[in-house]
Design a protein around this ligand. Structure first.
Ligand SMILES: CC(C)(COP(=O)(O)OP(=O)(O)OC[C@H]1O[C@@H](n2cnc3c(N)ncnc32)[C@H](O)[C@@H]1OP(=O)(O)O)[C@@H](O)C(=O)NCCC(=O)NCCS
Length: 372
């Protein structure tokens, strides 16, 4: 896997025990040519935020095929194993981050959450804040017990967010292999605190005058402003960047000069809905309504009332037709059906598509802060 990703094992000497801890037994697959391993794939056992809840998901990861063995169907076989395993374990959906945007649509994955690669020229920028929290500097040892609880509050209610286990924190959250550093400093940890309560944190590295944000998490607006004020004031670092900022970051609205903030939007979390009724009844809905949804030729009557929905297979003409990938895009509530209709990925009468817009919409933007 490391070789195919263009990396070296010595950059990550503890990789093997780490993957053993992160990947449950039976959730990794490989293809062999004779006795040589030539392709890999694995599933993380994830819990991911959805509108009004959390859903067990299989996180497809570690997908590699040796350059000498490409385009022979190995990826296709590995994806089939991953999906059959997810279905057997009762996970209604699979999620992934894609190395290339052209690979996974054919397997029924659609982009459900995007991120902004954000850059900030901090020179002369001030951050508007009526009140700010206190700041605390932590080394890794003292940060370890504090960050998980702050993170859990900060991402509660956020569709697309990973609900991290303690193993995930230990093996990934605090991983500092040289591979992760890419020449930058160790991680720095700064917490925001209001009285007895920790209200947020920023974890960052430094490299050649740049603050590289690993993660900035805030439980509310005041903590977010506090942390951005801190980032704009780091001495000797006139620039900051964050590759996986939420699309609804308040930074441009807080900054005294919003043109110092640039954002480039990328696909982040791709979703594939495996079990349509299980997934559609697991999430909540912000408005009442009824719709016959055609997914890859099967019609589902979706009826939401008071936040909850029922979903039953029916023998009726669909109001709106989608393929599985488009359903994945709609699911977290951040990609409107009418937008996908303009791209030819959703079809139906204008008023039916508008109904689908209202039904699937969710007020909190989807965000997955971390690649897996
Ligand atoms: C991407 C990768 C896993 C593909 O593996 P593979 O075994 O060659 O893929 P398959 O032969 O099973 O191809 C399955 C389908 O995907 C298509 N496909 C494969 N790689 C593709 C790519 N990079 N871009 C677009 N389509 C691709 C194939 O054309 C085929 O399509 P078809 O079934 O419609 O004919 C492999 O190129 C690789 O290891 N790349 C480097 C690591 C990487 O990017 N991993 C993905 C991590 S998210």
């Amino acid at each position: 896997m490391m070789t195919t990703f263009g990396l070296e094992r010595d950059g990550d000497p503890d990789g093997e025990p780490r993957f053993r801890a992160l990947i449950a037994p039976g959730r990794a697959w490989a293809a062999f040519d004779g006795t040589t391993m030539v392709a890999t794939a694995a599933s993380h056992t994830l819990r991911v935020g959805i509108p009004g809840g959390v859903l067990p998901m299989a996180g497809l990861t570690m997908v590699t095929v040796r350059p000498t063995h490409r385009r022979r169907g190995l990826l296709r076989e590995l994806v089939a194993l991953h999906l059959a395993d997810a279905s057997a374990r009762g996970e209604p959906a699979s999620a992934l981050w894609a190395s290339e945007a052209t690979i996974y649509g054919r397997f029924g994955y659609g982009v459900a959450a995007e991120v902004d690669a954000l850059e900030l020229d901090t020179r002369g920028v001030t951050i508007a804040a009526a009140a700010v929290d206190a700041l605390e500097w932590h080394d890794e040892a003292s940060a370890r017990p504090l960050l998980p609880a702050i993170y859990a509050v900060a991402i509660a209610g956020r569709p697309g967010a990973l609900h991290r286990s303690s193993t995930w924190w230990r093996e990934r959250g605090f991983l500092d292999a040289s591979l992760m550093r890419e020449g930058a400093s160790r991680r720095r940890h700064v917490l925001a605190r209001r009285g007895a309560d920790a209200t947020g944190y920023v974890v960052y590295r430094q490299l050649a005058g740049k603050t590289r944000i690993v993660e900035l998490m805030a439980v509310d607006a005041r903590a977010e402003a506090t942390l951005w004020r801190f980032v704009t004031g780091i001495d000797l670092c006139p620039a900051a960047e964050w590759e996986t900022a939420p699309v609804d970051s308040a930074l441009p609205w807080l900054a005294s000069d919003r043109r110092r903030v640039t954002r480039v939007r990328h696909d982040a979390l791709w979703l594939r809905i495996g079990d349509v009724p299980a997934a559609l009844t697991a999430r909540q809905y912000a408005s009442d309504g009824e719709l016959v949804l055609g997914v890859d030729g099967t019609s589902w009557q979706l009826a939401s009332r008071g936040g909850r929905a029922t979903c039953t297979q029916v023998d009726a003409e669909p109001d709106v037709r989608v393929d599985r990938a488009a359903l994945g895009s709609l699911y977290l509530g951040s990609v409107p059906a009418s937008l996908l209709a303009r791209a030819g990925q959703v079809s139906g009468a204008v008023e039916s598509v508008a109904k689908a817009d209202r039904l699937f919409a969710w007020p909190i933007a989807a965000w997955c802060a971390e690649q897996f």
